[in-house]
Design a protein around this ligand. Sequence first.
Ligand code: FES
Length: 67
Amino acid sequence: MAEVTVNIRDDGPLLVQGPCVLKDQAGNTVRESDNMVALCRCGLSNTKPMCDGSHTDNFDGTLNPPD
Ligand code: FES
């Protein structure tokens, strides 16, 4: 089974790298990908839940891991 990695981008989206299926609350497939999906983390995207680049220069979202 292929490994899936979620990368939190500073001031940007969550990058889901690896094969994945994104489903809505009803279980309907929203997106399928064999390699990468970018999920909006800023709330500004016009194509939620996907990132559309609207975060650029508009989102301060650096996460620091807890100590
Ligand atoms: S994280 Fe890219 S548009 Fe929200």
